[in-house]
Ligand binder design. Structure first.
Ligand SMILES: [Zn+2]
Length: 480
């Protein structure tokens, strides 16, 4: 039987603040256990939470970036449950009155995945289960999160992964979060159900908790879709439950039966007044938004003439977009923008990624890249030689022009010199020459290879092509 998957995602995204949501404790990753705690985030009696202003600004920025509607009044509630990593006995979150409603993200297929809501909440601590004891680290307790909830509109595991990538590109672009999956700043729960193709009602859903890589999101959802289809095919019914994904076996496993929201006994937090966000503040944040990935992509295609795929690649990261723009600006009209994009994607970005460069502080800044590309544009070196020069630049501060001169890499564009070499190569290869003249056109590439090898790649390829063509045509002419 054919089924249609229905997937909704809840993303927990840590906001880029120096301190926690309701106290002054640091949020730095990797501190010694229980070294970033205070009476407020440990839930001691008699303390009062104070809301972090920067966290709210980041959250509003995100709401505006996805076209959501910022609510001028929202309310913090207590979500009550007992768990060792939750010292207060409740989590402060937004329940029936979140700060943002609506918005959405558009996939490359053109489908717009709508958001239900975004709300602010604090993270819990962490339980560490050792051999003879269970330990609790409260460093994360009180860390500011926004939970971004989509409508159940995603139709495949691949779409879910693309949605997450786009969402992460946006949070990083606007600086609301570092989007770091390894450190848990960006993690997701997936609600998955299936229904017979064409059916209107939703099937019973299962929630897969705490997926922390794009690959595991895809794997877990794909597995879950198959698992549910097998149950329905066998005449069974899917039970609503919470699952954990085991990355080693590639399977989902039951964690606990799902609580309903009434189990949490939500109530408005009496310690916190309603969050009121003024129109002025919202408009001020809107005015400060940078160019978003979708807008950057459109500009790169329309104004710079980039191919769709290249534009997508450069626009998905704000740092890369900036680097590209600055390189184009520095290189000027001599080297066209699409060629700059090709060069960055083929040569520069793979190195930057392998060496973990922050493009804003890259050891090879846009000006140096531009100096290299200008040498290609001026015909001083070929694209091939540029790779050699770039290799040298990676580990020195030497200017590209100086490297080219020192290593004698200047491109030979003297037609007399090129003609001389072309003639020599033809004379030294009588066999291939006779075959070529006999009609084996493919051997043209063989001669090019020989010439380039003999000149160590230094001859201007366009001129070599032109002159070789002329010389061979002349010989064929003699035969006729
Ligand atoms: Zn604290």
């Amino acid at each position: 039987m054919a089924y249609e998957p229905v997937i909704g995602l809840e993303v927990h995204c840590q906001l880029a603040t120096a301190s926690k949501l309701f106290c002054g404790c640091a949020t730095k990753f990797g501190a010694a256990p229980n070294h970033q705690v205070c009476p407020i985030c440990l839930g001691m009696p008699g303390v009062l939470p104070v809301l972090n202003r920067t966290a709210v600004d980041h959250a509003v920025r995100m709401a505006l970036a996805i076209g959501g509607s910022v609510q001028q009044v929202s309310v913090f509630s207590r979500k009550q449950y007992f768990y060792p990593d939750l010292p207060k006995g409740y989590q402060i979150t937004q329940y029936d009155r979140p700060y943002c409603l609506g918005g959405g993200v558009t996939l490359s297929s053109g489908q717009r995945i709508r958001m239900t809501r975004i709300h602010l909440e604090e993270d819990a601590g962490k339980n560490i289960h050792a051999e003879h004891a269970s330990l609790v680290d409260c460093n994360r307790a009180g860390t500011p999160l926004m939970e971004i909830v989509s409508e159940p509109e995603l139709k495949s595991a691949a779409d879910a992964a693309e949605y997450l990538r786009r969402l992460r590109a946006i949070v990083r672009c606007i600086g609301a979060s570092d989007g770091n999956l390894e450190e848990g700043s960006f993690r997701c729960d997936a609600n998955v159900s299936i229904r017979p193709l064409g059916a209107n009602i939703l099937g019973t859903r299962c929630e897969i908790k705490n997926l922390n890589s794009f690959r595991n999101v895809e794997r877990a959802i794909s597995y879950e879709i198959l698992r549910q289809a097998e149950i329905l095919d066998g005449g069974g019914t899917v039970t609503q439950q919470t699952l954990l994904f085991d990355a080693n076996s590639g399977r989902t496993q039951p964690m606990r039966s799902k609580e309903d929201s009434h189990d949490y006994r939500y109530l408005p937090d009496p310690d916190l007044p309603a969050l009121v966000i003024s129109k002025d503040r919202i408009e001020g944040i809107r005015a400060s938004l940078p160019e978003l990935p979708d807008a950057a992509k459109a500009r790169l295609v329309q104004a710079c003439g980039l191919a769709e795929a290249n534009a997508e690649l450069i626009a998905q990261d704000r740092g890369t977009t900036k680097f590209f723009d600055l390189t184009c600006e520095a290189v000027g009209a001599a080297y066209p923008a699409p060629a700059v994009a090709n060069w960055l994607i083929a040569e520069y970005l793979p190195v930057a990624e392998a060496r973990h460069w922050d493009l804003a502080e890259s050891p090879i800044p846009p000006q140096r890249v531009a100096a290299l590309l200008q040498l290609i544009a001026a015909g001083t070196i070929s694209g091939k030689i540029a790779k050699t020069v770039f290799g040298v630049m990676l580990d020195s501060d030497e200017a590209p022009t100086s490297i080219v001169q020192r290593l004698g890499l200047v491109q030979i564009s003297d037609e007399g010199v090129i003609t001389e070499l072309v003639e020599r190569i033809l004379t030294h290869n009588p066999g291939p020459l006779a075959q070529y003249l006999g009609g084996k056109d493919k051997l043209f590439g063989f001669f090019i290879g020989q010439i380039m090898q003999a000149s160590q790649g230094k001859m201007n390829p366009d001129l070599v092509n032109k002159i070789l063509h002329a010389r061979l045509a002349e010989r064929r002419g003699h035969l006729d």
